[in-house]
Design a protein around this ligand. Sequence first.
Ligand code: SF4
Length: 478
Amino acid sequence: MSRSIEGEDRTQSVLFPERLDDYIGEDNPVRVIDAFVDELDLAKLGFDGVHAEDTGRPGYHPATLLRLYIYGYMNRVQSSRRLERETQRNLELIWLTGRLSPDFKTIADFRRDNGPALRRTCAQFVSLCRSLKLFAEAVVAIDGSKFKAVNNTDRNFSERKLQARIEQLENSVGRYLEELDRADREPSRVTEARIAHVKHKIRSIRSRMKELASLEEQIRNSPDGQISLTDPDARCIATSGKGTAMVGYNVQTAVDTKHHLIVAHEVTNLGHDRTMLSPMAQQARETIGSKKLKALADRGYFSGPQILDCEEHGITPLVPKTMTSNNRARGLFDKRDFHYLPQKDEFRCPSGEKAIFRCETIESGLTIRKYWSSACPRCSLKPRCTTGQYRRINRWENEHVVDAMQKRLDRMPAVTRMRRQTVEHPFATLKSWMGATHFLTRTLPNVRTEMSLHVLAYNLTRAVSIFGTKGLMGMIRA
Ligand code: SF4
C-alpha cells in the first residue's frame, strides 16, 4: 500500500454535496471583487446594458463582465479568449460569475464598448481609498515608463527607416539578379527549381517595395514624421538604454508615497515626460481632494514652465535640475559657478566681478534675461569662461521658482530615494503581470481603458494586502 497522501475517489457519491460557496474561503480576494462591483452604481458610471431591453435576447449584465475583467487583470488573464476558457474551469470564476460563461467576443466587446465607464470604475476605487484616508500625507511620486504596443517594430516607419528598408530590398534584388545572370552563363550549375524560386523572390520583393513607396506620402503628412501600420496611435519611443527604442506608449503614474497606491495615471504617445509634471500632479491633487500636494519626479520632468504651473496650482514640485550645458566637459565654467544676487538682480562671476542685466530675449516662448560683465575683455580667467568677447549668463524671468525648488531639494536629500522606492515597484509589478507583450488592444482610447483595468487590479491587490480581505470588504460595504 502506498504511503503517499491519497486524494478522494472521483466517483464517490456524497450525501450532502458541498455548495459552490464552500470552495471559496472567507479570505479569498475574489470576494472583494464581488463586494466592490456590488456597491457600484453601474448606470451612473455609464455601463451599457444595466437596464435590460424588454424585447430581444437577454444579454449578460455588465456586473458579470466587470467582475470577470477585474478578476482577469488581478490574475494575469487579460485576453478575452483565455477569460472565456477560465470561466469554464476556474472555480473562483465559476463562483464569481454564478456559472456563467460568456463567449470571448462578448467579453472583448464589453471592454471595447465600455472604455469610459471602465476608466471611471478605476477612479471610483481611488475615491474609495481617499475616503479611507489612505492619501492623508498628500505626497506623490510621478514617473513614466514605456509599454509595448501590439505594433511590431518592423511595422513602424519614419522617413529614415523607410529609406533604409527600401535600400535593403534593392540590395536583395541586386543579389538575386546577379544569381540569374550566373545561371544564364552556366546553366548546368543552377537547377530549374532554384531559378523559379529566385524569380518568385524578385517578384515579391518588388511588390513589397511598391507598398513601401506608397507609405512615403503618409509619413510626410504625419505630424511627427512616423506611422505605425498595426496600431496607428503607437509611436517609436526611445527607451533608457543607449540607442534603444520600442514601439509603444508612455504610461504616466502618480503614486502615493505612503501606501504605494496609484493615485492618477495617464497614457500618452509622447516620447518624453517634460510636459507631464503639472497635468499629473493636478490630476493627483484633485483625486486626493487636498488643497496642497508635494510632487516628486526625476530630471526627465524638469521644465521651468511646468514647475511654475505647479506652484500656481498649490503643488510643491521636487524635481532635480537638468544640466544641459556642455561647458564643464569642455573645461569651462558652467552656470553653477555664477551666483545670482536677487537683491541687486546681478550675478557674481568666478573672478568676483559683477555681471549686470543687459537685455531680454524670447527663446522657445520663454522670456530670458541676459547678463554680462564689462570686465570680461581684460579678465585673466577668460580662457576658462568664454571663447567670445563677453561671457553671457541667461536667466529665465521666473527662475526664482526653480531656485526655491532647488533649496527645498537641498534640505531633503532623501527625496530621490523615496521617489525611486515609490514608483519603481508599481511599474515592475504591472509589467510582470502584463507579460512580454504588454498591451493587447490597439489605439490610444482602448489602450487607456486597458491601463485603467491594470491600475484598478493593482490598487485592489495593494488594498487587500493593506487591510486584508475581510477588512477591505467591511470598508467597501460600510
Ligand atoms: S570672463 Fe567675464 S564673466 Fe568670466 S570670470 Fe572673467 S570677468 Fe567674469
